[in-house]
Design a protein around this ligand. Structure first.
Ligand code: SF4
Length: 496
């Protein structure tokens, strides 16, 4: 867009969330932080490309930085009688949109917006309403407006069935009713951004919803070091309410704790931070937790990945597919043995992973995970899929313990955990400045998101890069279970 008042569908949606984003995009782009997820964009492209065939053959408008080239090609396709046009482009009065699919319907057209999600959110409806407005103002007779999104209930069996994979939802009436509101919104956004000096806009829930704003740090630069937004145990909506009531600093929140019904976890986080309290330990509760464990102890951690389009049979859109695990087997004397599994990329990893898991963990063995609900869900999924392994898998499931419990219950509390009990906060709090346990020191893969992306994309890489990534994945997952060993050791030390 060459002019700040020009609006595409994404700029319109941004302007609806907060028009100041558009002003900052124009005048302070360097203040933006990277909040876009490459995985989400990649998924959107994959689904968008596949959905083009939903109605069969289609004519594709080639992408061009020259918008007029795209609108002209669209007009040519319409004149030539194309049944379905992908990326059909329209422009009028500084408004522009490329429609994912335009499908001929007798004397008019059906406008179809494709989404890679499994549901339709409010902002998607606004997006469709903007497109309907632009097309109508370009003289296109839009008969129906649809959202085409993934069907979460679809289970792949053999070839992909596009009619089942996607759900076509009719939003025609909702979108038509928004026509006047779109015109008003466009005028309001344009008026807001057409100023030379930075417009005022205070922080609010719209800074995070429906999408986290790239300027959140810039617009929040006036916040003190410890503010209401740093509280781990409070909902975002409540944080903004306190912020607007002037209860921003930890001191102010604590002084009004009774009045605003501050919960015990928030009070503890605030007091611990303000007074810089040493680690607090409840030995009785920690001992009770430790007494539930038996040796040898199997520290277990899975890595999974998910794809919008099911890559194998018996997989739904976005289903978590386990492809790797690490297992540290700890004896009562503290000695360790490490086992691991990493599937070959490009084929369904689940059967082999399940078989190896039941070989590696004997019947009745005591296993440990950090935040075990995730591991339990993965194991239940495998047990449902492979009835011949179900008994053994459910035995592992039923003997799984959760190392997160002492931290979630605050039996061990450290100021450095910042009110969180995620292992990403707990580990550095228990072992500050320990390079052996620092995920930043790993090569290539540093967190679960990177592990998922690496495995999903591996088939497209050359062999040398694949080998490097496999080595990185193994190191990363090994550190996850080694970290659990160390966390457990620290718990034993503090109650000794
Ligand atoms: S951080 Fe909030 S106020 Fe600032 S531009 Fe983003 S949404 Fe608007």
């Amino acid at each position: 867009m060459s002019n700040i008042t020009d609006l595409s569908k994404s700029r319109y949606c941004k302007g609806l969330q907060c028009p100041k984003m558009l002003w900052l995009d124009a005048y302070r782009p360097e203040a933006a932080e990277d909040v876009l997820s490459e995985t989400i964009m990649h998924n959107g492209n994959l689904v968008g490309d596949l959905a083009r065939s939903y109605f069969g053959e289609y004519a594709l408008v080639e992408f061009s930085y020259q918008k007029t080239a795209m609108t002209e090609q669209t007009n040519t396709f319409i004149r030539d009688g194309a049944e379905t046009i992908a990326e059909a482009a329209f422009m009028t009065d500084g408004l522009y949109c490329a429609v994912d699919l335009l499908h001929r319907n007798a004397d008019g057209w059906d406008l179809v917006e494709v989404k890679s999600s499994t549901h339709v959110s409010d902002i998607y409806v606004e997006d469709m309403a903007f497109q309907y407005y632009v097309l109508t103002n370009c003289g296109i007779h839009v008969k129906r407006v649809y959202n085409l999104h993934l069907n979460s209930g679809y289970v792949r069996k053999g070839e992909l069935d596009l009619q089942q994979l996607f759900t076509l939802e009719d939003y025609t009436e909702t979108v038509r009713q928004k026509y006047d509101a779109v015109a008003q919104n466009i005028a309001a956004i344009r008026a807001f951004v057409s100023v030379d000096t930075e417009p005022e806009r205070d922080l609010d829930l719209y800074c995070e919803q429906p999408y986290l704003c790239a300027y959140r740090a810039y617009c929040g630069r006036h916040l003190p070091a410890h503010s209401v937004f740093d509280l781990a145990g409070m909902q975002a909506k409540t944080k903004y309410k306190h912020y607007h009531n002037g209860l921003i600093r930890f001191e102010d929140l604590l002084a009004n704790a009774k009045k605003i019904k501050l919960n015990a976890k928030c009070i503890r986080q605030i007091e611990s931070t303000l007074q810089d309290l040493p680690d607090a330990v409840e030995p009785k509760a920690i001992r009770a937790f430790l007494d539930t464990l038996q040796y040898p102890l199997y520290h277990l951690d899975f890595e999974t990945y998910q794809q919008p389009i099911p890559p194998f049979d018996d997989v739904k859109p976005y289903q978590q597919i386990p492809f790797q695990y690490s297992l540290h087997i700890e004896q009562a004397d503290g000695s360790l043995e490490h086992r691991e599994f990493l599937a070959q990329e490009g084929s369904d990893p689940r059967r082999m992973l399940a078989q190896r898991l039941v070989q590696d963990i004997p019947k009745g063995a005591c296993s440990l995970a950090y935040n075990m609900s995730f591991e339990k869900t993965v194991i239940r999924g495998l047990a449902e899929l492979y009835p011949d392994l179900a008994d053994r898998l459910m035995d592992i499931h039923d003997n799984l313990h959760d190392l997160m419990v002492p931290f979630r219950e605050q039996s061990y509390y450290s100021t450095a955990m910042q009110g969180s009990y995620s292992i990403k906060y707990v580990l550095p709090a228990l072992y500050p400045d320990d390079p052996e346990l620092d995920y930043h020191n790993l090569d290539g893969v540093h967190n679960g998101g990177e592990a998922s992306a690496a495995f999903a994309e591996m088939p497209s890489y050359p062999p040398e890069k694949r080998e490097l990534l496999r080595a990185s994945l193994l190191k990363y997952c090994e550190l996850d279970t080694y970290a659990m060993v160390k966390v457990l050791r620290r718990l034993r030390e503090v109650v000794r």
